[in-house]
Write a protein that binds this ligand. Structure first.
Ligand code: ZN
Length: 142
């Protein structure tokens, strides 16, 4: 076990994002505005297009897949912690197309919202701070 801490549930926010806002930027902005540095986020809705990351474990780089069409957000799940002194939303999502086919990945910038309802659960507890992990190349909790 690399890191294990006890956290306590606090406020829960429910909200809806604006049409055409960027999904990752908007969720990050909510956290910054409300001072949320530890928590959990979930959302459903639809996107006008999508850009998802896939982390290549050999090259230690993200590869990105993009879609320029409407997709359902069947599930978005993520956490909020601290990176470079700011709240960082790390989320993964599953999307569905017009035939119900699903695919998913790491939420990246470039996902314009069609409609999105989210629930943000704020936790209190020790800081979870991300820093560069040499083994994976990822910014992980240290
Ligand atoms: Zn990820």
């Amino acid at each position: 076990m690399q890191k294990l801490e006890s956290v306590q549930s606090g406020f829960v926010y429910m909200g809806r994002l604006s049409y055409n806002s960027d999904l990752l930027d908007s969720l990050s902005e909510v956290c910054r505005e409300r001072g949320v540095t530890l928590g959990r986020i979930e959302a459903i809705g639809a996107l006008r297009g999508a850009r998802l990351g896939y982390y290549d474990q050999k090259s230690l780089e993200y590869k990105y897949l993009t879609w320029d069409k409407g997709l359902e957000i069947t599930s978005l799940m993520g956490n909020i912690s601290i990176k470079d002194g700011e709240p960082m939303v790390h989320a993964h999502l599953t999307l569905a197309d017009e035939e119900g086919r699903t695919f998913g990945g790491h939420l990246a910038r470039g996902c314009p919202v069609f409609a999105c309802e989210f629930i943000l659960r704020v936790y209190s507890g020790p800081d979870f701070v991300r820093s560069h992990d040499t083994q994976t190349g990822l910014p992980l909790w240290s």
